[in-house]
Design a protein around this ligand. Structure first.
Ligand code: PLP
Length: 467
């Protein structure tokens, strides 16, 4: 059959509250034109993130009831440990409340001033935890991954030559570990090939460095390998995942993505001494090693989610539904990062709104307009999120101005996605009338969460320039 159906029936539903365009104009104005400050109840389709927003299965909910809440040695922990070991093969499995808690523990122990952590692209929380420890987070993405308009199979790959050059430049004694993020969230959810993981591993072996995987979306990455890399077409996603982890010495994981839960994570490792240090810190910051930062019921849900995520019918539907939204937008002439990644579509705001310069936040303008048009919430990933001020107070913009539409797992159906496409196409038709924004309030750190904006009045602006 040509039609790919959602590989589940819907047993429990959550009503969507509808708002009118007039109501949304008012809601957005009251939120200072920042969709982070809108009550989720006033959002029709929420594509702010795919993290912690999955719909759990009947078996996961059943696991919630089965949860063993014993402080030490809970049977839910052993179920969780065995589910994680089945995929990663790692010796020590440490539960944490989410991905960043694993990162915090790992880099508190291995980071520090004078140290460098190379990655294809560090996710924000990984970078923040590396830098908080005093170390430097270094992105070594291959060139092709930096070009939104170029289509390629593995745009998340690490630049192998740059990695080796970098190790030689700073000295292997200053690199406690090398990391690969699969899929590369900050670079558009693009996958990393098995060959690239193997190449990184051989460099790690050559310089005797441990390799860690940021594994949030390991199953989506494994599915891309199955579909795109020669020699893997007949392997199962579980086998491919096991092979990926077999090249690694450890992993950090946010279970809020590819473990299909609303909260959870883990740190997995092979090194005895490092595991002991991590567990000691875990006790101070998260909890006893058999529950970490989680309840027994959460451990059950993660264990079950890890079984379900490697189901290829699920992954086929998942990757295709992201691609389906991408195709609809591309067919309407809307510029996006191509090809679509696993968990999100990234609109290229620079090409969508060439009339709005980066310092007037074209991505924010699209985010506001799609909310007003159809109650769809996305997030700006550009000058609002990553722009910095220079010594003259001018905004220095990042290379790309993007709008991310992240798709929660198993939550929306094809007609929801059709609706999203319709809303964005409508905004695109009206793109010439869209205006830039200026910031009227911002916090000193991570400003995108709480910033308030004002639409730029170009008439007044013209007058300022004239007089
Ligand atoms: C690649 C990547 N690493 C780490 C994290 C952090 O995970 P968490 O939000 O569970 O702390 C995320 C979250 O979005 C991510 O996408």
């Amino acid at each position: 059959m040509k039609t790919i159906i959602e590989p589940f029936r819907i047993k429990s539903v959550e009503p969507i509250k509808f708002t009118t365009k007039e109501e949304r104009i008012k809601i957005l104005e009251e939120a200072g034109y920042n969709p982070f400050l809108i009550h989720a109840d006033n959002v029709i389709i929420d594509l702010l993130t795919d993290s912690g927003t999955s719909a759990m299965s009947a078996k996961q909910w059943a696991g919630i009831m089965e949860g063993d809440e014993s402080y030490a040695g809970s049977k839910s922990f052993y179920k969780f440990e065995s589910a994680v070991k089945k995929i990663t093969g790692h010796k020590f499995i440490i539960p944490t409340h989410q991905g960043r808690a694993s990162e915090k523990i790992l880099f508190t122990i291995l980071g520090g001033k004078g140290k460098f952590i190379p990655n294809n692209t560090h996710f924000d929380t990984t970078r923040a935890n590396v830098e908080f420890s005093g170390a430097e987070a270094v992105d070594l993405l291959n060139e092709i991954g930096k070009h939104p308009e170029i289509k390629a199979d593995f745009k998340g790959n690490m630049d192998i030559e740059k990695l080796e050059e970098f190790i030689q430049k700073v000295g292997k004694e200053n690199i406690p570990l090398v990391m690969i993020t699969i899929t590369n969230n900050s670079g558009g959810g693009q996958p990393v090939s098995m060959q690239n993981i193997k190449d990184v591993k051989s460099i790690c072996i050559k310089y005797n460095l441990p390799l860690f995987i940021d594994a949030c979306r390991f199953a989506e990455n494994a599915y891309f390998i199955k579909k795109r890399e020669k020699g893997y077409e007949n392997k199962s996603v579980l086998e491919i995942s096991q092979e990926i982890f077999s090249y690694s010495d450890g992993a950090t994981m946010s279970a809020k993505k590819d473990a299909l839960v609303n909260i959870g994570g883990f740190l997995s490792l092979n090194n005895d001494e490092l595991a002991m240090k991590c567990r000691n810190l875990l006790i101070v910051t998260e909890g006893f090693p058999t529950y970490g930062g989680l309840a027994g019921r959460d451990l059950e849900a993660v264990a079950q989610g890890l079984e379900e995520i490697v189901d290829e019918n699920y992954l086929h539907y998942r990757i295709r539904s992201t691609e389906y939204l991408g195709e609809k937008l591309v067919n309407a002439g809307i510029p996006i990062i191509e090809p679509p990644g696993g968990h999100a579509i990234y609109i290229d705001a620079k090409r969508f709104l060439p009339q709005i310069p980066p310092h007037e936040f074209p991505g924010q303008s699209i985010v506001c307009e799609i909310y007003i048009e159809g109650g769809v919430r996305g997030v700006e990933i550009g000058s609002v999120m990553f722009g910095k001020y220079d010594e003259n107070g001018k905004i220095v913009s990042p290379p790309m101005e993007l709008v991310r539409l992240a798709i929660p797992r198993r939550v929306y159906t094809q007609s929801h996605i059709d609706y999203v496409a319709e809303v964005i196409i409508e905004v695109f038709k009206n793109r010439e009338n869209l205006k830039g924004y200026k910031i009227i309030y911002e916090a000193p750190m991570l400003r995108h969460f709480t910033a308030k904006f004002k639409k730029i009045n170009y008439e007044t602006k013209k007058n300022i320039f004239l007089f």
